[in-house]
Write a protein that binds this ligand. Sequence first.
Ligand code: ADP
Length: 476
Amino acid sequence: MRSLSWKLAGALLLIVLVSVGLMAYLTNLSTTREFRQYVITGNMMYASGVGDSLGSFYSRQGSWNGVQAVLPGLLRMGNERLIVADGHGVVVGDTDGTALGNTVSRLGLTGYGTPVSVSGQEVGTFYVLYSGGRAGGMMGMMAGRPFTSGTATAEADFLGRVNRSLWITGAVAAAVALLAGLFLTRQITSPIRALTRGARELSRGNLAYRVRVKSRDEVGELVQSFNNMAASLTASEQQRRRMTADIAHELRTPLTIIEGTAEGMLDGVFAPGREHFTTIKEQTALLTRLIGDLRDLSLAEAGQLRLELSPVDVAGLVRNKIEQVRLVARDRGISIKFEAAGDLPPVEIDYMRIEQVMANLLTNAIHHTPSGGSVTVALKAVPPSGDDRGGILIMVEDTGEGIPPEHLGHIFERFYRVSDSRARAEGGTGLGLAIVKHLVAAHGGRVWAESEPGTGSRFHVRLPMKAASQNAPLLP
Ligand code: ADP
């Protein structure tokens, strides 16, 4: 954790240093250029002013006599020296005074001067020299083109000051970046540390552990997602335990009956008879059904039901299924009616799975309808609307005892039975509707029930034109 803080603070520091360095470099570059340009322009204007003054001096005097006295008045800054030579190159004025009487060629100034003209005639030359140039000693100024070294001292001074302020700013910014970096990373890393602690607790089996959410930013969202994950882990763990308990309970009932019957016969409590063997056979059949249903349900819940999709004429499928159960219904004195509204389009479904759905719904309807009652199966197309591509609606309606409203919301839960003893007597596993719900959902469809106790129940299955391709796990 500490290394992350330092990494982040280091990155901030590096950014500050690089930007301050880059800024210093670019400022130096542009300041040098601008400063030079400024000095050059100033020098040129100065030189032209000196030339004018010397020219008017000469035209007033008719010679260079007395020029030495006026030269100091023409100086601009302390580090300049002004030399004036006459038409023969002999120095007639020098602000330092040391070159008077010398020749320009001996001073090594030939070619660096600016001519002074009066009425179109060249009467002399003047030289502006700077001290403290980078080359050391005196540097000259060519006619109209001053040596850049003339600017060197002032420029170096100015740049030095600019650089100093830049580096001071840089150092302050770096210190602030370091502090801000450490503070910020602490803000970021403390929830990460809390999350690590949370993950450790969860892996130890403490599923009730939750991380406290303090911020509303991305880290806060991460903490929230972590807590949601922990909550769903808790829910699925509870569900797993409940399911194991349910299964154990469901298996125990038929096993107890089988064991009791067998023991009764073995101990001579009752003589082995047909009805006892029938009981054993029925309970074994119930166990087999239970195990088959559990297998289907666990596959569906894990999202591993593989659907073999093909275009199916649902009306044909339903008619077939009705024919299969018609005999059982007739034995119980129940009539089955089938209504299909017009021409129904083929729907892309898994034939076997939807057949299983119909078998469950029809068996339930027959089991819960008294003799003399009827079961009606109706089919109709659902036209497309908006995003909905339409599909088909199957309705299974009976004139049975109905389902009390307090139970209606639970009948699709696994092992839920409205009347426990009666359902068991009928051989129900309590898993039929839970399986129906998962099979329909795996197709991207929906199943729901309506009922009026004493009048009957109506189950609706809505299937889309094309089954949803994904088969996501579904929690009941
Ligand atoms: P089972 O396999 O025991 O029938 P189901 O999951 O199919 O279990 O049904 C759950 C409960 O819903 C049943 O115990 C029953 O009481 C009730 N039920 C289902 N279908 C009907 C129906 N058509 N009429 C009345 N009750 C029904």
